[in-house]
Design a protein around this ligand. Sequence first.
Ligand code: SF4
Length: 348
Amino acid sequence: MSESKQTILDVNNLHVSFQTRNGEVQAVRGVNFSLKEGETLAIVGESGCGKSVTAQSIMRLIPTPPGVIKEGSIKLKGKDLTKYTEKQMREIRGTDIGMIFQDPMTSLNPVLTIGDQISEGLFKNSKVSKADAKKRTIELLSLVGIANPEERLRQYPHQFSGGMRQRIMIAMALVSEPGVLIADEPTTALDVTIQAQIIDLFKDIQKRIGIAIILITHDLGLVAQIADRINVMYAGKIIESGTVREIFYEPQHPYTKGLLKSVPRLDGDRNEPLIPIDGTPPDLFAPPKGCGFARRCDYAMDVCLQYDPEPTSVSEHHSVRCWLQDERANKAVKAIDNRSPKINFQSK
Ligand code: SF4
């Protein structure tokens, strides 16, 4: 990724909560990241870690109430989207930021032809003639690899396979040539062969139109193939961030290491056993005082239960939230039973 590329999106200290009958769920707890033009950033983690809520918050699509952005900023080309009205956001969605979801069938209108649905986006965002809209629709369908686009734009969603419907969703998200595309689990509902085709499609589109992509997924295989950088989320926070190479080959956080051991590696030994991470993420109704991973971590120390670690830089693009990165940590003795540690962390 070239350093001369401009930052297009900057998320700073984002806190998002949901008010429920049982109390406040702190789904996103101080997330920071930026995205450069033409870059692919993956946000990975187990379900419930806050990755989809982060994506929906950028689009301001979290249902309000019960959801609320409590703190922080989301700057798109320097403009803070958290200050935008719903009317302003409607102009941004689809124009400056496109989004595609896991299940294209729920996002496509079953009673409108594909051509009508794509050109609807064109009419919404610019004054185009019917003939130009049709021409552009055909171009978009070709861009996403749909054969015979002139014929197919007259067809309805049910006449397409799952993979083809996902391609149509991608075409719709690209109607206004947005600078950012958010893809939330875009291949989860597809079979492996179609997944590979969609991955190739993302790569091709990025090469051709230079769009920046935020990929939300739990699928590390997908990430390895298309991302430039990875944010690993856990319990509403980014606990490790780095380039694909750094996260896959030099992971530092015990959770990231666990995540990598729990999924099959494309480059790994097929006979190597997969080791699931024991335990469950903390309850975000009442997030723990210290490190959110402490109850599941083999390396937990007393300090981990008392204080949440701040991000520590490992290299220029690689940072980790873990007390093991703190130089004082070698003075601490590993707690044998991390549920009731008996040994105190000793500061210098
Ligand atoms: Fe484990 Fe402590 Fe690091 Fe958290 S801060 S991941 S509990 S060692």
